[in-house]
Design a protein around this ligand. Structure first.
Ligand code: FAD
Length: 476
């Protein structure tokens, strides 16, 4: 904590760089930055700075270095692991003013964007030329491409098109000491170490991405989007494994269970038979002539696994309505409980039925209802724990249930996170997956980028002793 006089001096200098009104330090203003999408982790920053352009980011970072103040990059704060929080205090550097699409190169199939560009804005702009930015997190209408890079974000269409790292060619990075470097390149084979690959998924701990060169993907000629209704989540989960093992690769394969379905049906006015206890949204895309056979393949696998009905969206309006419901589905959980915590874990696809059974059992044992809606094709589960944040017993129960679910997934050969990152939430749980030697190598890589440790401290690594309560470490 800086003495008041030095703090005032710092604010004045920062305003000199980014302009008056673009530094927030009044306590009420800072409330909006004390958490991200994981709302029960809270840590208020000392100030929030809004640079507009790489040069301003450089000057800000150098000034913060000179007073040894830690800083944390932030996009739109939709992260779900507390990655943009400041558990050790310090500054948030918000990228939201840097939201220009600098170039769409249709012939080169790529685009150059500032880090604060909203994901869907780029896809909307590229769609006019028949292209899209393939990573499509359900938060696409609000999250930034810088945040996507930092978290290596995924989405429903990851099953066929891959994660963010498959779509980023290069990026301009302001290093933690203020140096500016470009990582990656616009060819497929860059010599030397793959530093771009290393940076993607580094959760804002290696520096600040300011410009990003992304690959654009041609929009498919045609789609078939199916809604398959099942009597139980395990029937639906078995169909998922069978569809993939049959050799059909849907663009997306999403599942919603019976707990979540009640809220989704009410919120989006879906008409489903009463006995529907789980649904799959299956999207097939590609050349029109090839799709009908695949539709029949998916339909017969679903029916063989007990589907009540499999129907196709009859036109683009119906297809969009279905995706709107899926992508906004998390919001509908507000109908079920005052708070929810979305876990993000992975199991091998074939073990989804067993994993779901055990998740329900864990929830029951801790007195927590758990709704599931997730990227089933990737085995990426999102158990949403429904609770009341005002009850400390319920918060404790959620923390315990989360730990058990993560351990179970690792024991099944899966992971403690599929797309939301480690952040502050899962620091302790890193040891479920990695030995001390492996974590030590990661620490050395972090130190190679960030020698002073000022860039987004308190994230990713277990903090011996201080975070024994795991998930609550941001409150230290
Ligand atoms: C309803 C909902 C649905 C979601 N669905 C998905 C989904 O389907 N798939 C998925 O992957 N995620 C999903 N998310 C999580 C989240 O939207 C993504 O992780 C997204 O990439 C975060 O972007 P952001 O701009 O909000 O980043 P923030 O939350 O602001 O930051 C996230 C991390 O990125 C770092 N960071 C941000 N900008 C930069 C930058 N320019 N340079 C370096 N580091 C930076 C931060 O320090 C932090 O560690 C969902 C979230 C919500 C609330």
């Amino acid at each position: 904590v800086l003495p008041q006089g030095q703090f005032n001096w710092l604010v004045e200098r920062l305003e000199g760089i980014v302009g008056k009104g673009w530094v927030r330090y009044v306590q009420e203003d800072l409330l909006a930055y004390e958490s991200d999408g994981l709302t029960f982790e809270r840590a208020k920053p000392d100030l929030v700075i809004f640079p507009d352009g790489t040069e301003q980011v450089v000057e800000v970072v150098k000034l913060l270095n000179s007073v040894k103040m830690p800083f944390t990059p932030r996009g739109m704060g939709t992260g779900l692991s507390g990655g943009c929080l400041t558990p050790h205090g310090g500054a948030v550097i918000s990228l939201v003013r840097m939201n220009r699409i600098l170039e769409i190169d249709v012939y080169g199939r790529r685009a150059l964007v500032e880090a604060g560009v909203i994901n869907k804005r780029l896809s909307d702009a590229a769609s006019k030329f028949g292209y899209t930015f393939a990573p499509d997190p359900s938060s696409e209408s609000v999250c930034t491409i810088g945040g996507n890079v930092a978290e290596n974000a995924a989405g429903p269409h990851t099953l066929k098109y891959g994660v963010t790292s498959n779509h980023v060619l290069a990026a301009e990075i302001v290093m933690p000491d203020g140096d500016v470097i470009w990582l990656g390149g616009d060819t497929r084979c860059e010599p030397g170490y793959d530093l771009m690959g290393l940076f993607i998924g580094s959760e804002g701990t290696f520096g600040i991405a300011t410009k990003i060169l992304v690959r654009l993907t041609k929009l498919p000629q045609a789609y078939r989007t199916l809604l398959a209704q099942f009597r139980s989540p395990s029937d639906a989960a078995r169909a998922v494994s069978e569809i993939i093992s049959s050799g059909i690769l849907p663009a997306a394969l999403e599942m919603i269970d019976h707990v979540a379905l009640g809220a989704v049906v009410a919120a989006f006015k879906l008409e489903l038979p009463r006995e529907t206890k789980s649904i799959l949204v299956v999207e097939l895309d590609g050349f029109d002539v090839a799709l009908d056979r695949q539709v029949e393949g998916v339909r017969s696998i679903c029916i063989a696994n007990g589907a009540i009905d499999v129907r196709a969206a009859k036109d683009e309006v119906e297809r969009e309505a279905l995706w709107f419901a899926r992508k906004k589905a998390f919001g509908s959980l507000g109908r079920l409980a005052p708070s929810y915590c979305t876990q993000d874990v992975v199991v091998p696809r074939s073990r989804i039925p067993e994993a779901l059974e055990r998740i329900y059992e864990i929830g029951e044992r801790h007195g927590i209802r758990i709704a599931n809606m997730f990227h089933a094709g990737d085995g990426n589960l999102h158990p949403c724990m429904l609770f009341d944040e005002r009850s400390s017993e319920q918060v404790e129960a959620v923390i315990k249930a989360s730990g058990e679910i993560m351990r179970m997934c690792v024991e099944m050969g899966g992971s403690i996170t599929g797309e939301h990152g480690v952040g502050v939430e899962k620091r302790r749980f890193l040891r479920f997956m990695f030995s001390e030697d492996e974590i030590d190598v990661m620490r050395k890589v972090k130190a190679a980028f960030d020698q002073t440790g000022l860039c987004n401290p308190g994230k990713v690594f277990p903090n011996n002793g201080a975070d024994q309560n795991g998930i609550q470490c941001a409150r230290q």
